[in-house]
Design a protein around this ligand. Structure first.
Ligand SMILES: CC(C)(COP(=O)(O)OP(=O)(O)OC[C@H]1O[C@@H](n2cnc3c(N)ncnc32)[C@H](O)[C@@H]1OP(=O)(O)O)[C@@H](O)C(=O)NCCC(=O)NCCS
Length: 162
């Protein structure tokens, strides 16, 4: 597999955290305590659609879902779905270690503040669990995502190879 340089970015969670603002036709929910496979598939689809042009990658659903569910850091309450009508148009999947593992918004739903609202929702969830900071990794060439993260107060704390 190709090696990528990734930046580890961090934001402290002390102090006020801006409230997420969702577009009026979008609601947010989590995967739920007994995750429905249809929801999991919809979340995976948006991840695939989000990443098809680069920025990251995801294994096929058949591998992704069992791996995710058995991970000791998995919590369905930390999988945030942005839903428009019946469609999942964005997702943020986080680990219990206050790490934001994956963020993706469907290409047709971008630049409406969904990514930003997903991030802020995750920040509040981690702060509510007592985390001192939130971390993520982003590919060095993914300037659009880095811009979003910087606007949300995240800063690079390490440069690593993936
Ligand atoms: C990164 C991503 C999640 C952003 O989602 P989004 O819903 O479009 O983001 P928002 O509308 O909340 O954008 C917030 C800010 O991020 C920055 N940004 C997001 N997309 C951008 C783009 N294409 N070009 C420049 N800046 C961009 C801007 O600063 C934007 O604010 P603005 O619209 O007021 O200028 C989305 O582009 C995506 O899914 N990309 C592919 C997957 C990916 O790279 N995920 C991150 C992996 S670490």
């Amino acid at each position: 597999m190709a090696q990528h340089i990734v930046l580890r970015m961090r934001r402290e969670l002390s102090g006020d955290i801006e409230q997420p603002v969702w577009p009026t036709d979008v609601v947010c929910r989590t995967l739920g305590t007994k995750p429905d496979k249809r929801d999991a598939k919809a979340a995976h689809s948006v991840l695939e659609a989000g990443f098809w042009e680069g920025g990251g990658g995801a294994p096929i659903f058949r591998k992704w879902w069992p791996q995710l569910r058995k991970d000791k850091e998995f919590d369905p309450a930390l999988v945030f779905l942005a839903v428009q009508g019946k469609d999942v148009i964005g997702m943020a999947q986080c680990w219990t270690s206050a790490f934001l593992k994956d963020l993706a918004v469907h290409p047709r739903a971008r630049r409406r503040g969904v990514g930003r609202a997903l991030m802020l929702t995750a920040f509040h969830a981690f702060a509510g669990r007592g985390a001192r900071y939130v971390d993520l990794k982003v590919r060095e060439e993914n300037a659009n995502a880095q811009r979003l993260y910087r606007e949300l107060g995240m800063a690079v704390v390490a440069r690593e190879s993936d």
